[in-house]
Every structure is written in C-alpha cells, then in structure tokens.
Design a protein around this ligand. Structure first.
Ligand SMILES: Cc1cc2nc3c(=O)[nH]c(=O)nc-3n(C[C@H](O)[C@H](O)[C@H](O)COP(=O)(O)OP(=O)(O)OC[C@H]3O[C@@H](n4cnc5c(N)ncnc54)[C@H](O)[C@@H]3O)c2cc1C
Length: 489
C-alpha cells in the first residue's frame, strides 16, 4: 500500500471533530496556529447530529445546553450565532416522573412537593431531616447512591436521584463517583452544609436576578437544532477540517508526532504535527495511545460508556391523550419499565414539528438495561411505541419514526475516575506533544465540552507563542538559554 505524505506540516493536529475537537480547533486557528482536524465520519459534530425529515426536526444527540459558563456565551458571540439561539418555551418548565405506572408532576416548590404523592410520608420525613445532617468532610470517594442515601434516604434515591442519573448519564448511581458526576451538588454540600439550605440560598439568589438573567439560565438550542453549532464551527475551519479521515496510528518523536490516517480518496496518508490533541472518545484514544503508553491506554480503556438507543417519533397531536405540557418524563428503575425517559421536543422548542403535530425523543437501554440494545431497530421502536401507549396514551401509527443506536453513548465517571485523571495528567506532563480532551474527562454536557476545550486551546496557544518567542530569543543569543519544555514547540 502506498503512503501519501501530507506536505501540510501543522502546528496542531486534532483528532475528532465532535464539539470538543471543533471548539479547540476554532480557538487555536483564531490564535494564529496552523491547525488540521482529522475526522473519520463524513459529517462533523460527533454525537451532535440533527436530522430534518417529514417536516420534523430531530436532534439525534444533545437536544440543548446551557449558558453555564462564560465560554459558551463567548463561543456563540464569536460565531455570530446570537440571533439563532432558541431558549426553551415557558410551558416546558414542568417535569414528570413515573410513579406506579403513571406520570406525576415533579414540583420545585417545597410545599407542592411535600403534598405530592411522589414519595411516601416516611420518605418525605426522611427528606425533612436533611438540613440537620452534617456535611461529609474529607476527600474520600463516594458513589452517587451513597451520597443520596446519606443525605436524602433510600426512597429519594430510588424515586428522584436514580431517574435524574438516567436522564443525564443513562447510568447506575451505585457505580458513579458523586463528585465527578454531580459536581454542582457536591460543591453545594460543601458550601452550604446541606441541600435544603443550598436550595433556599439559590431561591433567594434567583429572586435578585433580572428577567433577562433568568431567561439566560434556561436551556437553549438553535433554530436549526444543535448541529447548527457544529456546522458553524466547521465553516470557520474551512479546509483545516478533513472529513472521512480516520487516524490509524501515531508515532512520537522528540519534536513532533507522525499521524497516519486513512482517507477514503487518497488512501493512507501521513501528517507531521508539532502537537497532537486526541479529541476522540476514551476507547478510541486508548487504541491510538496503546503503542505509546500502555498505562494511559489502559486507564482510558477502562472508562465505561452506557449504551443508549434514541427513538424519534412524530405524531399528530390528537393521537396523544396527555397534554404534553412540559419537558418530558423520566422513569425510576424500580418502575421496571423499558424506557429511561422521553423528551417532548416540540413542547420544549419551537419549530420541531409541523402544525398540529408533536415530536418526541425517547431513550432506551442505558446501564439499567443494556441487553435491550441487542434487539434490532424495528423491535426497539416497537418497545418504545408500546411504552408511549401505556404512559402518555399514544394511539395509532406515527407520521415519522427514526432510531439512532449508540452502543457507547455516554461516558460514566466511575469510582476510579480520580485515578484516571491523575494518570492522564502524568502522561501529558511526560509527553509534551500530546494532549487528551473529550467529554469523558470533566463533564459530558455540551457546555462542559466547550468550556474545557476553550481552556485547553488557551493553554496550547500560550505555550506555542511562548515557545516561538523563546526560540527567537535563543537564535539571537544562543549561549544565554537552557532548553525548557515550552521551547520544544
Ligand atoms: C444520546 C445523547 C444525548 C445527549 N444529550 C445531551 C443534551 O441534551 N445536552 C448536553 O449538554 N449534552 C448531551 N449529551 C452529551 C454530549 O452531546 C456529548 O458529551 C458531546 O457532544 C461529546 O462531544 P465530544 O466532542 O467530546 O465527543 P464526540 O462527539 O464523541 O466526538 C468524537 C469524534 O471523534 C471521532 N473519531 C473517533 N475515532 C477517530 C479516529 N480514529 N480518527 C478520526 N476521528 C475519530 C468520532 O467520529 C467523533 O466525531 C448527549 C449525548 C448523547 C449520546
């Protein structure tokens, strides 16, 4: 097989054009670095994909995110996408949980919650003692389930926390590290000593916020779905983004990394990069790093991913008994149902379905029932339709139906996660040319990916420019300088 030598020797090669890789590449290019992004798929965006068909808009990965950090706002401003941002509709604030096979509203008003039948009186009383419990001190690892049992009681774990974890991670609370999985709750416990006190403080803070600040704390997407973000970043990158380019191996030398990739048109190609960022899923980064550093590859390979199938349904509104007056519903494991939850996409955002129709996005599988994903697509769709019939009273055939199966969908921050991060930090310190990025490190949300990629881009650009300056200084006065890591750029 002949190998094409790519004459483009770049400053930074980024493998993977999900939101992490695209954001990184965009900011590095903006900082004046020569960038190349290699993406094996024929479309950018990775998990983030949107499909428009039969008049419905289906987000086939993330369906929204938050202005959780300044980095997200900055990116939207930098890309000029402000006018395309769509916040969730007012009537999507309500959330439902399944209890005894029926949808029950989950109120965020303490009195309404305490008078609802989501928890038994015993469960509610257990919740009421939460503010009087001491906060946990010290840095010992704790699972999400242990945290919930310690502060809120077993029933709240089963009825509230378990479905929350299903909704974000499709995960099992017994196996997830509390501090990495729910970092905000962990910080609130440390800051306020109790969840009850934290809720009160947050309520007081909300009252002080202006209407426009409050509006911005809501989830948002774009008029054309989440893929608008990936498309906009890709347009900015232009030829620096190569689609259909699958990286197959890496070879490290003291001053660069040789990247071998397979291009559908050109065949095997080689690219020399001064720096490399792996913005691929943990298991893909592990495979590429195995010949370079076994320990790091093993640590990455051990990051578990929950398997998820996402079903999309378009119905006529009159086919559904439930008013769909909210965000959607989540299902606790003890309900023994076959779906994790469903998002009422057309209630949540404008223009997701034609007039008189509704769009639903339903999740199935996860750590709870991975075996369901052994079924073929038709069977999975039938399972979802039967659950929607039972839970929200759907009748008849849908106008549109699709399914996306993701055998490795969402990374799980397991109890070994702190050790994984330490292994990666040590690796990066010892292998100056290579950085590891992605949703499996410090947060799976799109907003986390953007914030972490923006920070990494800043670090790499600063090092790069410092290295260039040092090289110029050395050339002017070779005797005066000892080589330092940043000068190896
Ligand atoms: C079903 C689902 C729903 C979600 N919903 C939400 C939501 O509503 N809100 C939210 O904030 N987050 C949500 N998330 C999480 C969020 O979408 C992801 O965490 C985020 O998009 C991941 O981005 P990434 O760039 O880190 O990784 P990815 O999107 O996985 O990108 C990695 C890229 O690397 C490429 N690649 C892999 N191997 C190679 C190789 N050898 N050579 C070249 N390229 C390679 C892949 O093709 C891929 O494009 C959801 C996730 C899923 C799965």
């Amino acid at each position: 097989m002949s190998i094409q030598k790519d004459t483009f020797s770049c400053d930074v090669c980024i493998v993977g054009a999900g939101i992490t890789g695209l954001t990184l590449a965009y900011y590095l290019q903006s900082a004046g670095l020569r960038v190349r992004v290699l993406e094996k798929a024929s479309k950018p965006g990775g998990v983030m994909q949107t499909e428009i068909s039969d008049g419905f808009l289906f987000d086939k990965g993330p369906n929204g995110t938050f202005f959780k950090s300044q980095a997200v706002k900055q990116l939207i401003d930098d890309l000029g996408l402000q006018a395309r941002v769509q916040f969730t509709n007012e009537n999507a604030a309500k959330r439902y949980l399944v209890k005894d096979g029926k949808l029950q509203p989950l109120s965020n008003q303490p009195m309404a919650f305490l008078t609802s039948n989501l928890l038994s009186w015993r469960g509610k009383l257990r919740l009421c003692i939460e503010p009087f419990l001491r906060a946990k001190s010290g840095g010992s690892r704790e699972s999400v389930a242990d945290f919930a049992r310690r502060r809120l009681g077993q029933e709240a774990l089963d009825r509230l926390i378990d479905p929350l974890i299903a909704g974000i991670y499709a995960g099992n609370p017994e196996k997830l590290d509390f501090h990495f999985t729910l970092p905000r709750l962990a910080a609130l416990e440390q800051q306020y000593g109790s969840m009850g006190r934290a809720l009160l403080a947050m309520k007081r803070a909300r009252r002080k916020k202006s209407a426009s600040e409050l509006a911005k704390s809501k989830m948002f997407s774009f008029d054309g779905g989440m893929h608008v973000l990936a498309e906009s970043l890709s347009r900015q990158l232009g030829d620096a983004l190569m689609l259909g380019a699958e990286v197959q191996s890496l070879e490290q030398s003291p001053n660069s990394v040789e990247v071998k990739y397979y291009d559908a048109v050109e065949g095997m190609c080689v690219l020399n990069a001064r720096r490399l960022v792996l913005a691929t899923p943990a298991y893909a980064s592990a495979a590429l790093l195995a010949p370079i550093h076994t320990n790091t590859a093993d640590a990455l390979m051990n990051i578990n991913y929950s398997p998820v199938a996402v079903a999309f349904h378009g119905y006529e509104k009159k086919q559904i008994e439930h008013p769909l007056d909210g965000f959607g519903f989540l299902v606790p494991a003890i309900e023994n149902r076959k779906v994790l939850g469903s998002i009422w996409s057309s209630t949540k955002f404008l223009n997701r379905a034609p007039d008189g129709h509704v769009a639903l996005t339903t999740f199935i599988g996860g750590e709870r029932q991975p075996e369901l994903l052994q079924n073929d697509e038709d069977t999975l769709i039938k399972i979802v339709e039967s659950e929607l019939r039972d839970l929200i009273g759907v009748s008849g055939q849908p106008t549109s139906r699709k399914i996306r199966i993701l055998p490795k969908a969402i990374p799980q921050f397991g109890l070994q996660h702190k050790a994984v991060l330490e292994t990666i930090t040590t690796f990066e310190a010892e292998h100056h040319q290579i950085r590891i990025a992605g949703n499996f490190l410090k947060g799976v949300g799109v907003a986390d990916c953007i914030a972490n990629a923006s920070t990494m881009a800043k670090e790499i650009a600063e090092e790069y420019h410092a290295g260039r300056k040092a090289q110029r200084d050395v050339r002017k006065n070779p005797q005066a300088y000892e080589p330092t890591p940043t000068m190896r750029i």
